[in-house]
Design a protein around this ligand. Structure first.
Ligand code: NAD
Length: 349
């Protein structure tokens, strides 16, 4: 049975990936530091599953990583662990450098040393897959899309730290021969996303009839991908990607932020009208724009589609509908995040 060492597997995308991988019969050692973004509630379905081993720890802790690699002998490391929220990176960039840059370096060094000791097929087949973002490419004008050869031009402390980690991954292949793969994905949405990010935040606030904050004029464009499709792309790259290559991942679903917010309002109004009958669009409030807010992201994922045969399974319309339904039917999960109780048990409070 294949074992993967997955980092950040208690976060939004990592947990979706782990749930899927274990369901597909893989064994996962899940290393996560459990920052505010790590949520063990999400991994509850795996509580009694012996193909899932959870370890709390830092990707930068070389002794721990070395021990986990020696003990579990994974055939791949998949690195999701990161500080991931742009607004938090503006308020406090240091944590982003600690995890995304220094932490990734520690993980790379320990993995390189483990890989060097492997022999034969195990060495040939080993992979280090680094999960990254399209934000490393900066902002686009009205035309064009990011390709794998677009020069890096990160604009926020978050994207700068992810860009640095991508460069380290590249360097570990070119300098030491570590068999690396990198994926750069557009904005994700779907089940288990922390309600500080646009889509779950708007769903929660719209449900409660609260004002819906939208940055600036709301015309910033993001290219949305359903999280399950991001996970299937990572699995495809892991299985068939060419060592040292990078692959862009996206759903061809560019939407302005205001369109996303209005779509959620309409979906909720249709089945859960506000008691006073107001249309939820009337709750939209334009707030001061985020400093350095990138205007447009759009990703060209034709390399992944052409070379590895990957396709997203969801259109934005079907994915957003599923996501709204998921939040409606998983309010206890959301409430435990909002009231902080998802962290209390592990903090011993
Ligand atoms: P998230 O913030 O929901 O989860 C990150 C996880 O990493 C958390 O569980 C956290 O506890 C863990 N973590 C943080 N620091 C750690 C450390 N030092 N050691 C071990 N674990 C640590 O993030 P996400 O949205 O699931 O994103 C996962 C990855 O995908 C990130 O690398 C992010 O850059 C990338 N990505 C995200 C998106 C998106 O739209 N969310 C898009 C493209 C790429």
């Amino acid at each position: 049975m294949k074992t993967l060492l997955v980092t950040g597997g208690a976060g939004f995308i990592g947990a979706n990936f782990v749930l899927q991988a274990v369901a597909d019969g893989l064994r996962v050692v899940n290393l996560d530091m459990l920052t505010y973004a790590g949520n063990l509630d999400t991994l509850e379905p795996l509580a009694d599953n012996d193909r899932h081993v959870f370890v709390q720890g830092d990707i930068g802790d070389r002794n721990l990583i070395t021990r986990l690699l020696a003990e579990h002998k994974p055939s791949a490391v998949v690195n999701f662990a990161a500080e991931s929220h742009v607004d938090r990176s503006i308020d406090g960039p240091a944590a982003f450098i600690h995890t995304n840059v220094v932490g990734t370096l520690g993980l790379l060094e320990s993995t390189r040393d483990y890989w060097r000791e492997l022999e034969g097929k195990a060495k040939d087949e080993f992979r280090f897959l680094h999960v990254s973002t399209d934000e490393v490419y900066g902002s686009l004008g009205a035309e064009g899309k990011f390709t794998e050869t677009t020069p890096y031009a990160p604009n926020s402390p978050y994207s700068a730290s992810k860009a640095a980690s991508d460069h380290l991954v590249r360097a570990f292949h070119h300098t030491y021969g570590l068999p690396t793969l990198t994926t750069n994905c557009s904005n994700n949405y779907g089940p288990y996303q922390f309600p500080e990010k646009l889509i779950p935040l708007v769903i929660q606030k719209a449900l409660a009839g609260e004002s819906l904050p939208v940055y600036g004029d709301g015309m910033n464009i993001r290219d949305w991908l359903f999280v399950g499709d991001h996970c299937s792309a990572i699995r495809r790259v892991l299985d068939a990607g060419k060592v040292s290559e990078t692959y862009n991942v996206g759903g061809n679903a560019e939407r302005t932020n205001i369109t996303v917010v209005k779509t959620i309002c309409a979906l909720l109004d249709a089945h859960h009208p506000l008691p006073d009958g107001r249309a939820r669009e009337s709750l939209i409030t334009h707030v001061k724009d985020r400093p350095g807010h990138d205007r447009r992201y759009a990703i060209d994922s034709s390399k992944l589609q052409r070379e590895l045969g990957w396709q997203p399974s969801q259109s934005f319309e079907s994915g957003i509908k599923q996501t709204v339904e998921w939040y409606l039917t998983h309010q206890p999960w959301v409430q435990r995040v909002l009231d902080g109780s998802y962290r209390m048990e592990r903090l011993g409070v």
